[in-house]
Write a protein that binds this ligand. Structure first.
Ligand SMILES: [Mn+2]
Length: 318
């Protein structure tokens, strides 16, 4: 961890923009809010931008209401992209390309396998072994002796919590639990995190999950379980995209499942597949790569052109 290098960029930045990735998850949101809090402690002028709407379930996080959905490019001399290795996923690829051309500083802090963002970043803190971006930030904050207060600890613990599936996925290492323990000692509110993220399910979400569960298809030979949700299902349940979060993990919890795949239709006419495995012998990102996607060993995804169609007892992409 080149903490001194990161710190050099942070101290030299006058106006800093933190970037949350598209279809934002708990790690990208909470990590950005954690770094935002630290920059404020350092007396820096900082903003956070996320192209897509922040799901309401994260509104309990301190300063979540300050996240904006657009920015003026000329205003910033340092951009920090968190939890997002992919330029397109920032939501503002053209602007950041332009920005890099003007030789302004861009930092990439992430735990996804490298792809195109690292090419234009001045500094890449990409640690694939880390459970989450929050874990990378924790190490950094510790190295530069940041005072962990209750709010900062809650943000970092939210990142750890969401990216480890509530400390259930196999990326829940000894180190993750050690950090979680330290964050609790700094006052992180685990009860509030668990309540907001794991318990507070809406009726619309559960109705949608009901549809997904009724469509589970299992192939015992390959240990494969799948399900699908269409745009029409979302409309019928009056549900939104975030309500689908967690369905793939639930499918993966079926006994003897090696691979879980959840297919859903996107708003722009495509089909997205979310893949999960808890099997140490399977690298699920290799399967996602075949279809032009990517991700981690245990959690990956891809998007293909088409719609989901039910015909003669089978779901297919047409
Ligand atoms: Mn993450």
């Amino acid at each position: 961890m080149p903490a001194d290098k990161i710190l050099k960029y942070l101290t030299s930045g006058e106006k800093i923009l933190l970037v949350i990735h598209k279809s934002p998850d708990g790690d990208t949101i909470a990590s950005s809010l954690a770094l935002y809090a630290v920059l404020k402690k350092m007396g820096k002028d900082a903003d956070i931008v996320g192209k897509d709407e922040i799901p309401a379930l994260f509104s309990f996080l301190p300063n979540a209401c300050k996240i904006q959905n657009d920015f003026l490019q000329g205003d910033y001399d340092l951009v920090i992209v968190l939890d997002c290795g992919d330029l397109k996923r920032t939501g503002f690829p053209q602007r950041f390309l332009q920005y890099a051309k003007h030789k302004r500083h861009l930092l990439n802090i992430d735990h996804h396998p490298k792809n195109d963002l690292h090419k234009i970043a001045n500094l890449n803190i990409v640690c694939q072994e880390a459970s989450s971006t929050a874990e990378i930030l924790f190490d950094f904050f510790q190295e530069i002796n940041i005072d962990f207060d209750k709010n900062l600890a809650t943000c970092l613990l939210t990142g750890l919590y969401t990216d480890t599936g509530g400390f259930k996925h196999s990326n829940t290492s000894e180190k993750v639990l050690d950090i979680a323990g330290k964050l609790l000692s700094y006052g992180a509110n685990l009860k509030q995190i668990a309540k907001n993220i794991s318990v507070n399910k809406s009726v619309t979400a559960l109705k949608l999950w009901g549809i997904a569960l009724s469509r589970i298809w299992q192939n015992q030979q390959y240990g494969l379980c799948t399900s699908v949700i269409t745009r029409k299902d979302l409309q019928d349940c009056r549900a939104c995209e975030i309500d689908m979060a967690g369905i793939v993990n639930l499918i993966g919890s079926i006994a003897d499942t090696k691979i879980a795949i959840f297919f859903s239709e996107t708003a722009d006419g495509k089909v997205r597949a979310s893949l999960r495995t808890e099997d140490d012998n399977i690298d699920i990102s290799q399967i996602a790569k075949i279809f032009g996607g990517g991700g981690h060993k245990k959690a990956a995804g891809f998007t293909v052109e088409g719609r989901l169609n039910y015909k003669e007892g089978k779901w297919q992409v047409i």
